[in-house]
Design a protein around this ligand. Sequence first.
Ligand code: ATR
Length: 272
Amino acid sequence: MTDHYAVIGRPISHTKSPLIHGLFAEGAGQDIHYGAIEGSLEHFAVDVSRFRASGGLGMNVTAPFKLQAFALASHPSERARLAKAANALKFENDQVLADNFDGIGLLRDIQHNLGTPLNGKRVLLLGAGGAVRGALLPFLEAGPAELVMVNRDLPKAQALAQEINHPRLTVRPYSALDGDTFDLVINATSASLTCQLPPVPGSVFSHAALAYELAYGKGLTPFLSLAREHGSAHLADGVGMLVEQAAEAFYWWRNVRPDTRPVIDRLTVPLT
Ligand code: ATR
């Protein structure tokens, strides 16, 4: 019997999740159907219940419903609790389990696929929104020498850091980055979605730096262009993170770890 899963978001037409999970299922010999649901802003919980009532076993959740998905879960994971957001749901008996795989997907892409272990590294995170919330805990567990978070709205970043309260996590304004370099610089702001550049000085990129853009499929964004101009050796966008977070959800639902490499290769768009 075919098991049913779906991604819910609004808008949803651009989603790559059905393609990714379809490729995972094909590669792993799993009999699943994975659909896409355009959620309604007022009736998210109803949309989820309807899918569940029709026999759905799990969902991925994307913008703008990650907070609502967390709120309706009966059993959120520690990661989802910290992020106050869920990107995956699993239905078991009368329970709704929720998790957030964005952060570990990003970490796995950086460490495993891009060969950049975080241990002992100086890491700069741009932004303090939902994407950063999901990434902080897995990142700190990977043992960086220092994790610096910058944000335009400084009090927002400070409040988040206070919540996490970790000795290697510090917060600065963008203006306090001059003269400092990092091994890894991650653009976790939403600036690239509108083709904008966060106010980060080009001097943060060292020659060995990996510059990572969380957005995917946008080519050479203003952030990646800046990194290249300042001699950054490695540039990456978020396609690997997208596939790796999907793989974590697939494993959570199916107990089978899919092969991500061919899927990343298939979805990669050159950074030009
Ligand atoms: P997400 O869930 O994608 O992280 P979010 O919670 O709306 O979305 O957060 C967006 C992040 O991008 C915020 O950190 C925001 O900075 P502020 O909190 O200072 O607003 C950041 N951001 C958006 N546009 C930006 C820009 N042009 N320059 C710098 N930061 C930007």
